[in-house]
Design a protein around this ligand. Structure first.
Ligand SMILES: Cc1ncc(COP(=O)(O)O)c(C=O)c1O
Length: 375
């Protein structure tokens, strides 16, 4: 089946009792069991798993081409659970440009969890080869990356990691399975913040791990970590993400075509120092992105000439774009990323991150033009 069809039907099996087309929302926290804890319905307690979440997990596994999936309360909870499956003294190799909370997690928690970590330029497979250690158990990739939009060659990194006995996780939040298929390229696990494009309407928080079919045992360990640490997805949030999946392919087409249009139009603008977007021919990640992505996604970053003050001034003059963090909703958002990340940020001070929504791109360009004109 084609992905567009799967997105409409995965996890949408008819409810046997009522025949309802929309999936039922099961809010029960507990499920009848036998006198000795037997599970006639396969369920026991909401933190271990619930039927609406299980539908979402079936859908996510199907659309990413995985063997199984686990849904979480947030993208960060999904990442934390994966890290909790690693044996003590494992080394994790992170990309230099990384969703900043995972950087904070490593800095604040890894020592207590018995893990070590280092950062590498993940765009450079030779640097990755040199940075792999005998103790490296996990290579963390995020492509395109947040917020510099750097591109990782997933097939190259997966083959290096395999040679050295490490797993590869790919944070596929920006690309989504519509535009990029990490498991087909050799990754072992896909991570999502379903808060973003999969939910798609800025009204639900969630996360997910999707495991390649060969990693059933790893999926069980992540499930055990979720049950004990508590980062489970709620039924209602699972239901909202399921609903978001139904329109994902259409939304991603529009997000990506509008973002490409904006990135091209802004390139060379007198007020802009650089545009970071993987779909710009001749820029660092283009060749790899062109090979491994179907289109280049709905996120881009611009670096405004004149530093932090000018960048903040541009953000303050926009009328249609909303100044807000997060991404992947129907509305266009802009964010002075360094301010959101705080004092520990590694993001350039003149960078504005843009989540291109579903408005007409002419209107978005007109808004950007007027905001950039007076800077
Ligand atoms: C690329 C990426 N991964 C993971 C996350 C974390 O997701 P959540 O906020 O759902 O915990 C985010 C959040 O912005 C993100 O942008």
């Amino acid at each position: 089946m084609k992905l567009e069809t799967l997105l409409v039907h995965a996890g949408a099996e008819r409810d046997e009792t009522t025949g309802s087309i929309a999936p039922p929302l099961h809010l029960s926290t507990t499920f009848e069991h036998g006198p000795a804890g037997e599970r006639p319905h396969g369920l026991i307690y909401i933190r271990d798993g619930n039927p609406t979440e299980a539908r979402l997990e079936r859908a996510l596994a199907a659309i990413e081409g995985g063997g199984s999936a686990r849904a979480f309360a947030s993208g960060v909870a999904a990442g934390a659970a994966l890290l909790q499956t690693l044996p003590p003294e494992s080394h994790v190799l992170f990309p230099e440009d990384l969703y900043f909370v995972f950087r904070v997690m490593a800095g604040q928690h890894f020592a207590r969890w018995g893990l070590t970590h280092s950062f590498v330029n993940m765009q450079d497979p030779r640097a990755v080869r040199a940075a792999l250690r005998p103790s490296t158990r996990l290579v963390w990739t995020e492509t395109p990356s947040n917020p510099l939009m750097q591109v990782t060659d997933l097939a190259a990194i997966a083959s290096l990691a395999r040679e050295s006995g490490a797993l590869v996780v790919c944070d596929n939040t920006f690309a989504t399975p519509v535009l990029q298929r990490p498991l087909d390229l050799g990754a072992d696990v896909v991570l999502h913040s379903t808060t973003k494009y999969l939910g798609g309407h800025s009204d639900v928080q969630g996360g997910a791990l999707v495991f390649a079919a060969r990693h059933g045992e790893l999926a069980s360990r992540a499930h055990a970590a979720r049950t004990v640490l508590g980062g489970v997805a709620s039924p209602f949030n699972s239901w909202l993400v399921l609903r978001g999946l139904r329109t994902l392919s259409l939304r991603m087409e529009r997000h990506a075509s509008s973002a490409l249009r904006l990135a091209r139009a802004l390139t060379g603008h007198a007020a802009i120092e650089a545009v970071h977007y993987p779909g710009l021919e001749g820029t660092a990640g283009y060749e790899v992105a062109h090979r491994q992505m179907k289109a280049f996604g709905g996120m881009l970053s611009i670096r405004v000439k004149g530093g932090r003050e000018r960048a903040v001034a541009v953000a303050s003059r926009l009328r249609l774009f909303v100044n807000a963090t997060s991404l992947g909703g129907t509305e266009s958002l802009i964010e002075h990323r360094a301010s959101s990340e705080g004092p520990a940020t590694t993001t350039p001070q003149n960078l504005l991150r843009i989540s291109v929504g579903l408005e007409h791109p002419d209107d978005l360009l007109a808004d950007l033009d007027q905001a950039l004109a007076v800077s």
